[in-house]
Design a protein around this ligand. Structure first.
Ligand code: GDP
Ligand code: MN
Length: 380
């Protein structure tokens, strides 16, 4: 789950990472009131779950509260990379002498959290990594050993930051960011830019924060931050129904049992020359309700032209899944063609059940590849 800048900063603040004073606003009037409370120059910042807001005109300096209201009017409703701005963060404006970058991500190859620090902040980190890799200090933390203060020093020296006053503040921020990362079960915490003011104060001016969805149950306060309105409507429906679903941009709806098989199904549809509309994992079961829920989510996507049901019966029995499919088709009206491939435990019985009932829009294919080809054909 990705957090908005203001939510990430709220977590930064809890862990003692310095941020600027700010307020949330959803209307130009609220932006004005917020700016009045803060006093002086403020920055009006679009709150959307995408980067590059500054370049897209979603971050603007305002001289006073009247100006903040005007800037809020400009930014609200703006489309930034497909995200419409409905919320603003009004923040006390900072004077910037330097822009640094600091982040922690998972390095899956090394199986360790990875710090990155560079004095070339403010721009996309990928650009720094490509054009000036030597300017990027990288350091792994052994998760069992945990954070050690020498690591912060090594990281800071590695980045070439040599001002003792900055080093001192950074030591604290680097350590706190690790605690924030681990204790929030984050997968990414990024500060870009991490600024140094003309007075020499180091502060987080932006936040990018991703929390592991699977750990949200341990963080009810963070789970509550989810903005249901901003979520994709199909993904929201799926979450409500407890269906594992990821929307993709093709037209072949996919339903498999088990994450591995569902991913292979996505691949095989591509091999067959088609474009998957989604990834959907029915899980271990295959009962009628599970099938109905999954089909409801898949068919709510108007781009879907055919549905590919790929089931391998292990503990799940294919005859049960077949009955589930028929019950689901009884309960809901689906006109889209549905291609079914059943294999594994009780596959023959499952296929016979489907053949006996023979709903007009149901196609049973013997293998995964043939089923994929048929589903792709039917979507065309
Ligand atoms: P992003 O474009 O989505 O990464 O949004 P940021 O929060 O990083 O803001 C983009 C840029 O706006 C920053 O790199 C800063 O250069 C600038 N900016 C943001 N806040 C302030 C501020 O308080 N004062 C000044 N002078 N510039 C700011
Ligand atoms: Mn930024």
């Amino acid at each position: 789950m990705d957090l908005y800048e203001y939510q990430g900063k709220e977590l930064f603040k809890r862990f003692g990472i310095p941020v600027s004073d700010g307020r949330l606003a959803t209307t130009p009037q609220e932006a004005r009131a917020a700016a009045e409370e803060i006093g002086g120059q403020v920055v009006v910042k679009a709150q959307v779950l995408t980067g590059g807001r500054g370049k897209a005109g979603g971050v603007k300096l305002a001289e006073d509260s009247a100006d903040a209201e005007a800037k809020a009017k400009d930014i609200l409703g703006l489309d930034i990379n497909g995200h419409v701005v409905r919320k603003l963060w009004i923040e006390r404006a900072s004077d910037i002498a330097k822009e640094y970058y600091l982040s922690i991500t998972f390095d899956r190859g090394a199986k360790k959290p990875l710090y990155m620090l560079t004095t070339e902040g403010g721009v996309e980190i990928e650009q720094v990594a490509e054009q000036n890799p030597d300017a990027l200090a990288r350091l792994h933390v052994d998760p069992l050993e945990g954070f050690q203060p020498y690591q912060a020093r090594r990281l800071i020296y590695g980045s070439g930051i040599d001002d003792p006053n900055e080093q001192k503040q950074l030591l604290g921020i680097v350590e706190k960011l690790y605690r924030c990362f681990v204790e929030s079960d984050a997968m990414l915490t990024e500060i870009n830019p991490l600024i140094v003011t003309p007075e020499g104060e180091v502060r987080a001016l932006d936040s990018k924060f991703t929390v592991d969805d699977s750990a949200l149950f341990r963080h009810p306060d963070i789970a509550e931050m989810r903005d249901v309105e901003a979520a994709d409507p199909q993904e929201r429906l799926a979450r409500e129904k407890g269906v594992t679903y990821v929307k993709l941009d093709g037209d072949v709806g996919i339903l498999g049992n088990g994450a591995g098989l569902s991913m292979s199904t996505v691949d095989v549809v591509v091999v067959a020359g088609g474009k998957p509309a989604n990834f959907c994992d029915l899980g271990g079961g295959g009962d009628a309700q599970g099938v109905v829920d999954a089909l409801e989510v898949i068919t709510s996507d108007e781009q879907v032209r055919s549905i590919f049901f790929n089931i391998f019966g292990g503990i799940t029995r294919c005859d049960e899944v077949a009955r589930g499919i028929l019950t689901a088709l009884d309960q809901m009206k689906i006109e889209l063609p549905i291609v079914v491939r059943l294999d594994g435990t009780n596959a023959e019985e499952g296929r016979r059940i489907l053949a006996d009932a023979a709903p007009p829009n149901l196609y049973v294919e013997p293998t995964m590849l043939e089923a994929a080809q048929r589903a792709v054909e039917l979507a065309a």
